[in-house]
Design a protein around this ligand. Structure first.
Ligand code: HEC
Ligand code: HEC
Length: 810
């Protein structure tokens, strides 16, 4: 009874300040109540600032990279109640469905089919017109931070109804054209169906295209992303009654959205058998391959992990860091120094120095400073794309090494600062975002359960796990886990791991943040092989020299040229709230949404879950994968309630600590995948339009990691320059025998391609060929996604259970 009264009391107290911001675009102030002015300003940027990403996700991505996003499919207001279940999106509590009770917009015609959100009275007036004044212009910079870039360049726009996704009125929208495009759908402004449907490109043609690929039709909105798009999710301590309709008090801005299918969103306009859809759609909810767009040809999804207790996170790594540093002035003629015109004293100079830095990202790749790490993500999600980075990326279709964009070149921070106003608008305010990070506090299970303190939780856990379990678990932790998962070295058994410092932050971050060779932790290694921060690659300037000088990792078959091949450990603070586990969410039950139906009105699949559970058999060098659940019904439904989170934690700990019991997980291609070849150099044979297909049933990650340019190059060499081919293959394969075997294989593939090119224009590789292709040309050859992290596996059942009880208190 006491507990119930306490819970009620707490709930009432928490409910008090809410009403003030409901229905406004200030609700984040409720979610992050308690921050000071600067921290709150950082939170506002996190939730709203896009700094130009809308140009990327409306035009550049589609037109320069050929990947189509179907924004209406994802954001349509009439399917708002399914948005979380299908895409894992967080509905913005400030927005409403036109026509619903108290919603200022009465019909979908007024909002072009989208939610009505705060600020839309103004915004909607400017669809198809110029003169929109971005709400970012009103961002109030907390004082004392100098002469900053115009806040209009922060580009807030208004919410789309999904948190972190922002919309902007498109001045080039033409309502008459729009009605015409949608003529089969009532000629209405409130639908995008005619714009998005796939139709035969000409009568009788089998080529299906949609106006999403047609640059002559402009949609009513540009859609951009703020950081919150992937990072805002439910507060573990105050979960919503109904996850489809959260209130601001139920949200937490830095927790990381462990439900989000952001990759599927990015490829939502692509047909399911396209390589792009396959490239993007085999990632677990809550994880995304952040080097898929600045593509590094490695299948390496990672979770948008909680940015938690940043103030306690180790930040003392002494590294050699080359970067731009603030100076008072620049000597004339020094091109490593730049002062911003019209802003006296706002100067920076490039220099290399030893400096204390943090390790950010799963492998500690971002290693030149926290502010720079934060800013890099803006580019990674599309900011300044045309001004600064598009030309540094690999064009997957460019097969000629002598041409532009065959491979990556390094992003130039100095150039971007000069040329992109969005860069400066963010750079001048990075301190605010960093302050917001530094204020982040844990969300403890005792709070979530409405208990008075951590002691009450221990009582509950010991009622569940047995007398003394938490204390025993702590001892097991100190002996087996603390060498990696403690920021206090060698903590004694009586350490209070929940102790707070004078600022109210945890003393121990429950992770030392050191990097570990992937062969030692043994987990799915592809993420660790991320190569965008390496020398000559796009994010070179964001990796320290020390990072690139790390030893090449021993005992892995993949190429790892130093620097990459490492994982940081993960903080165990609030482990209870962060299951499933590991950098790819692969340890623990698979989770999925349950939309109202699995297909939408255009027959597009809405239940995006495919079971990765497999049995693996190896015979004569050939590996086969058999799904143990072809019905795909073995996922646990998304459920942010305290008890469901706790159960997910328990199940995931069980899997983590019992490596022998784990069912292998390998995400398999569920369709044959066509790769368009389009080679003209093929000795008199016209291969334009040639399609190579990789058979369903192969691991999706192996296809995504395929570095196909050397494959194509080798095939050409097999015909043109055998000596050069042998030299190249010897480097790749080692033994002479392997080289000979491989050349035989290349010739056989080439012959088959030529024969097929004459007749069907298609070649379907059989699984054996696909395996040779992947084994030789993949950048990462790992397959089992939930392997590794054997630590604790040999403990007794009682010790494992005690450890599980103890970790729940963190
Ligand atoms: C498309 C989804 C997405 C968006 C949008 C996004 N992030 Fe992330 N974020 C991720 C993922 C995934 C990771 C983990 C990356 C990895 O594999 O290391 C991450 C990690 C981070 C980390 C590192 C966390 C750590 O513990 O080391 C920071 C800092 C971060 N994001 C900042 C930002 C900022 C700043 C923005 C806005 C400019 C942003 N993110 C927008 C997906 C996203
Ligand atoms: C040698 C260092 C090391 C030791 C010892 C170690 N871990 Fe880890 N732990 C790691 C690394 C590295 C990761 C991240 C691996 C990855 O994501 O692929 C990790 C991840 C985890 C995670 C996932 C957290 C999350 O939110 O996803 C949990 C839980 C965990 N460890 C628990 C333990 C426990 C319990 C022990 C002791 C039995 C232990 N670890 C021992 C290095 C270690």
């Amino acid at each position: 009874m006491k507990r119930i009264i306490r819970t009620l009391g707490a709930a009432l107290l928490l409910a008090l300040p809410v009403a003030a911001y409901e229905g406004s675009d200030q609700g984040f102030r409720t979610a992050e109540a308690g921050l000071n002015e600067q921290e709150m300003a950082g939170a506002e940027l996190w939730y709203k600032a896009t700094a130009g990403t809308s140009r990327f996700t409306t035009y550049v991505f589609q037109q320069r990279m050929g990947v189509l996003i179907d924004w209406f499919r994802v954001l349509r207001a009439d399917q708002r109640d399914d948005r979380f279940q299908v895409w894992g999106l967080m509905n913005d509590p400030g927005c409403c469905v036109p026509g619903s009770k108290d919603c200022p917009a009465k019909s979908l015609e007024e909002t072009y089919g989208f939610d009505f959100c705060p600020g839309d009275e103004q915004l909607l007036k400017h669809v198809g017109k110029t003169g929109y004044r971005d709400p970012g212009c009103d961002f109030k910079d907390p004082g004392g931070l100098g002469d900053r870039q115009d806040p209009c360049d922060l580009e807030f726009g208004t919410s789309t109804g999904a948190l972190g996704f922002r919309k902007f009125p498109n001045p080039r929208f033409d309502p008459d054209k729009w009605r015409k495009v949608n003529k089969d759908y009532g000629g209405q402004l409130g639908t995008w169906n005619g714009y998005r449907e796939r139709k035969a490109s000409a009568p009788g043609s089998t080529m299906m295209v949609s106006h999403l690929a047609d640059p002559s039709i402009e949609p009513p909105f540009l859609i951009g992303m703020a950081c919150g798009a992937c990072h805002i999710a439910f507060n573990p301590v105050k979960p919503p009654q109904d996850p489809n309709h959260p209130k601001w008090e139920n949200l937490k801005l830095l927790i990381g959205n462990q439900y989000l299918r952001s990759s599927e969103i990015m490829a939502s306009g692509m047909p399911p058998d396209s390589p792009e859809w396959q490239l993007f759609s085999h990632e677990r909810p809550g994880s995304v391959d952040t080097s898929a767009i600045p593509n590094d040809l490695v299948h390496n999804p990672g979770t948008m992990n909680a940015i938690i207790s940043f103030a306690s996170r180790p930040s003392h790594f002494q590294e050699k860091v080359a970067k731009w540093r603030e100076v008072e002035s620049c000597p004339p003629g020094d091109d490593t120094c730049w002062c911003e015109p019209g802003k006296p004293g706002k100067c920076r100079k490039w220099s290399s120095q030893d400096e204390e830095i943090r390790h950010i990202l799963k492998g500690g790749e971002d290693s030149v400073g926290a502010a720079e790490a934060i800013q890099r993500v803006y580019f990674n999600i599309g900011s300044c794309s045309e001004e600064c980075w598009l030309n540094h990326l690999t064009d997957l279709r460019q097969l000629d090494p002598a041409q532009r964009n065959f491979g990556q070149t390094p992003f130039d921070i100095g150039q971007c600062r000069r040329d992109c106003p969005g860069f400066r608008a963010i750079e001048d305010r990075l301190g605010l975002i960093e302050k917001f990070f530094l204020a982040s506090k844990p969300a403890d299970l005792w709070q979530a359960r409405g208990l008075e303190d951590a002691g009450d939780l221990v009582e509950q856990l010991e009622a569940e796990y047995g007398q003394g379990a938490v204390t025993r678990g702590k001892r097991v932790f100190v002996e087996n886990c603390a060498r990696c998962h403690s920021s206090q070295p060698n903590p004694p058994e009586n350490t209070d791991f929940l102790a707070l410092n004078a600022d109210g932050h945890r003393v121990n971050w429950m992770g030392n943040d050191e990097v570990l060779e992937v062969s030692e932790v043994g987990t799915y290694r592809c993420r660790s092989l991320h190569q965008n921060h390496m020398q000559g690659h796009v994010w070179e300037q964001y990796g320290s020299e020390t990072y690139r000088n790390r030893n090449a990792v021993a005992n892995i078959t993949d190429k790892a040229d130093g620097g990459r091949g490492y994982y940081r450990n993960i903080s165990l603070i609030n482990a209870w709230a962060h299951a499933p586990f590991l950098h790819n969410n692969a340890i623990g039950p698979e989770i999925c949404g349950k939309p109202s139906s699995c297909e939408d009105d255009q027959g597009l699949e809405k239940c995006l879950y495919r079971s990765p559970n497999v049995k693996i058999a190896k015979q004569g060098g050939q590996t086969t994968y058999t799904k143990t659940n072809p019905k795909n019904d073995d996922c646990v439904p998304f459920d942010p309630s305290v008890e469901a989170r706790y159960k997910l934690y328990q199940a995931s700990m069980d899997e983590l600590l019992n490596p022998d019991k784990r069912q292998d997980k390998v995400s398999l291609l569920d369709q044959d995948i066509r790769i368009d070849f389009g080679l003209r150099t093929f000795r008199g044979h016209d291969l334009k339009g040639f399609k190579l297909s990789v058979p369903a049933g192969m691991p999706a990650g192996r296809l995504v990691s395929l570095d196909f340019k050397p494959f194509v190059g080798d095939m050409v060499l097999a015909k043109t320059d055998r000596a050069e081919l042998e030299r190249r293959l010897a480097q790749r394969l080692g033994s002479q025998e392997a080289v000979r075997e491989h050349i035989k294989w290349l010739n056989s593939i080439r012959r088959r391609i030529v024969v097929k090119a004459l007749f069907t224009q298609k070649l379907r590789l059989d699984p054996k060929d696909a395996q040779v292709l992947f084994d030789v040309y993949d950048t990462c050859t790992a397959d089992v996604e939930n392997a590794g992290h054997p630590f604790g596996g040999s403990l007794s059942a009682e010790e494992k259970s005690a450890l599980t009880a103890f970790l729940a208190t963190l």
